[in-house]
Ligand binder design. Structure first.
Ligand code: SAH
Length: 484
């Protein structure tokens, strides 16, 4: 089994031959000349995978990352970047392929920054994700040999995304709508994306025709000029309802009627067309203001038998099939009997809260985006669930406050964004002493940091379940049970 390369470890074998170079690189306490030269070709054997699923090999002890290469392979590369302790190679040819190499389904694979793992068999993708979580827990979290199960994958790991978010811009004076290229903001013009719901190809085509014919200028990030910035869509996999959001750098949308008509005619299931205004010079996709151009201001979808209202700005898991798997695991890990008081921190539109509420005495959901909290309250009402309360605010402020006022909790669920939990929240949980903490994480590094903190404060990591929410990409999701 390969390992996931981690810069902190240096099991480096010193090779025999050196090529001339001026720089030195570290080998623990030794220093050595960098054995490769930029823009030259080399043959390299790949031993491991890096954090983004890229191949990692060594030339005379010097580490090189090669996107698209797999462990066990020998590939020919051109060295494209040379840093002090590692370099980057562009794969030119696979000389000895791995048995896990598969032909990517998408013709943009490798050029598009959306998927990193299409060249990897799905089995290896699942192993890789498990290994990423395990390595992070061991190396960053200091948790020896955690009980970690095999990643739960999808039967059909394609067409799973219910949300599309494509930037609109110009590439060499031509309209481009698609994903960004890896590590850049150059837009790859994509006519068909295999990880999205198939309806999205059609939506993109309609917006492409509209932009081409209406004289609307695509947005340019550098100059902050141009009008149409992003096209976003949300699809309810169970309900069939579709929302299209056009993000603009200003208010007046020309030829509105034609756009609405084309979307209504060409997109089965469409129930909502929204213009989102984002006049800021920012990487954040959506602005705060929404104008409903046609239909409703939300869509409805179901996870299991619970119905959810989804607005343009609220967070909703992108893979509905695996979300059900993840939430059922969360309920299982919470060990609910019907008697518990549960906190669901970072609750979004109340999805996990409502799943838990059916099996607990009382659930408190805490979320910072007011519109999401509003949706969460409506979701509770719509599903006739009355033993839940949603509180708007930052978890790190609200939860310590609730605990300070004497709230007793049995189970805490946390599902933070990539940066993980604020330590003030973790401190409050430690003080409140719930019997179980269920941690849902999309970032193994911050997860491991937070688990280390909790395990130093009387909590033990009992079990870890990675769930593949993002097939074909290097993103991981896992759910962890901690007990007092
Ligand atoms: N549990 C939900 C949402 C998880 S995403 C689900 O499965 O659908 C993380 C959520 O945390 C987002 O809705 C985000 O708006 C919210 N959030 C981010 N920072 C927060 C903070 N400091 N306090 C509370 N919520 C926060």
């Amino acid at each position: 089994m390969y390992e996931v390369y981690n810069g902190m470890e240096n099991n480096i074998i010193i090779g025999d031959k050196l090529q001339k170079t001026r720089e030195l690189f570290d080998l623990g306490d030794k220093q050595k000349q960098i054995p490769v030269v930029k823009n030259r070709d080399y043959e390299i054997k790949i031993d491991n995978l890096g954090m983004n699923g890229e191949g990692v090999g060594r030339i005379d002890g010097y580490t090189i990352f090669v996107s698209g290469a797999l462990p066990g392979e020998t590939v020919r590369i051109k060295v494209v970047k040379v840093e002090r302790n590692y370099g980057f190679g562009k794969q030119l040819e696979v000389l000895i392929p791995s048995k896990d190499r598969v032909k990517p389904k998408c013709r943009f694979s490798g050029r598009c920054g959306g998927c990193q793992l299409q060249h990897m068999s799905y089995g290896l993708q699942l192993d890789f994700k498990k290994q990423m979580v395990k390595d992070a827990l061991e190396r960053i979290g200091g948790i020896d040999d955690p009980v970690i199960y095999d990643t739960i994958g999808m039967e059909d790991p394609w067409g799973y995304r219910n949300k599309m978010q494509f930037p609109v811009g110009l590439q060499k004076d031509k309209l481009a709508i698609g994903f960004y290229a890896p590590r850049s903001h150059n837009i790859i013009d994509i006519d068909s994306c295999h990880i999205q719901h198939e309806i999205n190809d059609q939506i993109v085509q309609i917006v492409r025709n509209y932009t081409d014919n209406s004289g609307v200028v695509p947005y340019d990030e550098l100059t902050h000029r141009g009008f149409i910035r992003h096209v976003v869509s949300k699809t309810g996999f169970q309900s069939g309802e579709v929302m299209v959001v056009i993000v603009t750098n200003g208010t007046n949308l020309p030829h509105k009627k034609e756009l609405i008509e084309a979307l209504r005619k060409g997109v089965p299931g469409i129930v909502s067309i929204v213009q989102n205004i984002n006049p800021k010079k920012t990487n954040t996709v959506l602005g705060n203001k929404n104008i409903v151009l046609w239909g409703k201001d939300h869509i409805i979808d179901f996870i299991g038998d619970i119905k959810f209202k989804i607005s343009p700005l609220s967070f909703y898991q992108v893979n509905p099939i695996q979300t059900a798997v993840l939430y059922n695991k969360a309920v299982e890990f919470a060990g609910l009997t019907g008697e518990e008081v549960v906190i669901d921190a970072y609750c979004g539109i109340g999805t996990i809260s409502l799943f838990m509420a059916k099996r607990a005495r009382k659930v408190y959901g805490i979320e910072t985006i007011p519109q999401a909290v509003e949706d969460a309250r409506i979701n509770a009402l719509e599903n006739n669930i009355s033993n839940v309360e949603f509180i708007a605010g930052e978890a790190e402020t609200v939860v310590p406050d609730m605990i300070g006022r004497g709230l007793q909790i049995d189970v805490a669920v946390v599902d933070p964004p990539r940066k993980g939990c604020d330590s003030k929240l973790l401190d409050a949980l430690v003080k409140a002493k719930p019997k179980r903490i269920v941690y849902v994480s999309c970032n193994p590094a911050t997860l491991a940091r937070d688990l280390k903190y909790l395990s130093e404060k009387a909590y033990k990591v009992v079990e870890v379940q990675p769930v593949d929410m993002f097939p074909q990409t290097s993103h991981t999701e896992s759910i962890i049970l901690l007990q007092k």
